[in-house]
Every structure is written in structure tokens, then in C-alpha cells.
Design a protein around this ligand. Structure first.
Ligand code: MG
Length: 165
């Protein structure tokens, strides 16, 4: 039984149009070439594991809350304008993403940087500025969850380290 924080994080992701499968597809995008025969189901399991972490749930709640308040024009200037425009030099959205990626080691940073640059799948939609929606925080959080799930997957595939290696 999930607690209220975990449940709310999932609910808000869904309300903002992001499903576990959307994130699992990003993981498949990142890992398919390195893990032959990788399935969407395996990716989904790793996304679920990342979503079960409290620090990830906290990041989701915080980011989505700020995005929603920005959408409603409820922040004070100059922050309102910076977040509404997804100002490139703002950077705090990326810091929150790093706090997620950090949980799974340095390979996560590489994955995050790559996916943030390529913006495949759901990340492309979240970055579409023509919709009136604001996903300044959520796009980085979703990218970070995918990067973390990819790191988790990569580590689970790695051969067991040997003392003489
Ligand atoms: Mg952003």
C-alpha cells in the first residue's frame, strides 16, 4: 500500500499527461542499443523502482506544484516571467533533476545530459511552448527519472565485480 506522498506524485504525473509507459519508452530509447532484447516491461520495472524513492516523489510534487502556479500566473516577478518563458539561465529546474540522477551514480548524469539534448518522446511534448502549458520543472524531472531508471538498468546488467579486476 503506497502512502499519500507516493500516491499523489503518481496522480499529479498522470494529470500532467505523463504515464509510466512514457518514461519507460525514454529508458528504452537510452538503453536499447546497449542491452540486446531489452523490453518495455523491463524498462517499466526500473521506472517503478525510481518512482518508489521518496526524494523522487518530493521532486515530482515540488516541480509540478511550481509549474501549475506558474501556469496560473501566481508567482511574483521576476520569477513568474522567468519560469513562464522557461528561461535558459534559470537552472534551478536542472538542479532538482540532478538531485534525482545523483541517487543512481555518475552514469545517470551522462544519460540525463543526452536525453535532455535529444528530447525524444514525451520530452518533446513537454517542451512544446505553443500549448500554454508550463512544464519548466517537469521536463527535467521526467528526463531525470528516465536517466536514473537507465542507470539502474545498466548497473543490474553489469557483471559482478571481481576482486582481481
Ligand atoms: Mg526545464
Amino acid at each position: 500500500m503506497e502512502d499519500i506522498i507516493a500516491q499523489t506524485a503518481r496522480k499529479w504525473l498522470k494529470e500532467r499527461g505523463v504515464t509510466v509507459d512514457d518514461i519507460a519508452e525514454l529508458v528504452l530509447f537510452l538503453q536499447a542499443e546497449y542491452i540486446p532484447g531489452l523490453t518495455l516491461d523491463e524498462c517499466r520495472k526500473n521506472v517503478e523502482a525510481v518512482l518508489s524513492k521518496r526524494e523522487v516523489q518530493n521532486a515530482i510534487l515540488t516541480g509540478i506544484q511550481i509549474d501549475r502556479l506558474t501556469e496560473k500566473g501566481m508567482l511574483e516577478e521576476p520569477l513568474q516571467d522567468m519560469l513562464k518563458r522557461d528561461e535558459g539561465l534559470y537552472g534551478v529546474d536542472e538542479i532538482i533533476a540532478f538531485s534525482i540522477v545523483n541517487v543512481y551514480g555518475s552514469i545517470g548524469f551522462t544519460n540525463y545530459g543526452y536525453i535532455d539534448k535529444m528530447k525524444p518522446g514525451i520530452l518533446k511534448r513537454l517542451n512544446d511552448k505553443s500549448t500554454g502549458e508550463v512544464h519548466t520543472f517537469l521536463d527535467d524531472i521526467v528526463g531525470a527519472i528516465a536517466a536514473s531508471a537507465s542507470s539502474r538498468l545498466a548497473h543490474s546488467q553489469a557483471p559482478t565485480p571481481h576482486i582481481d579486476d
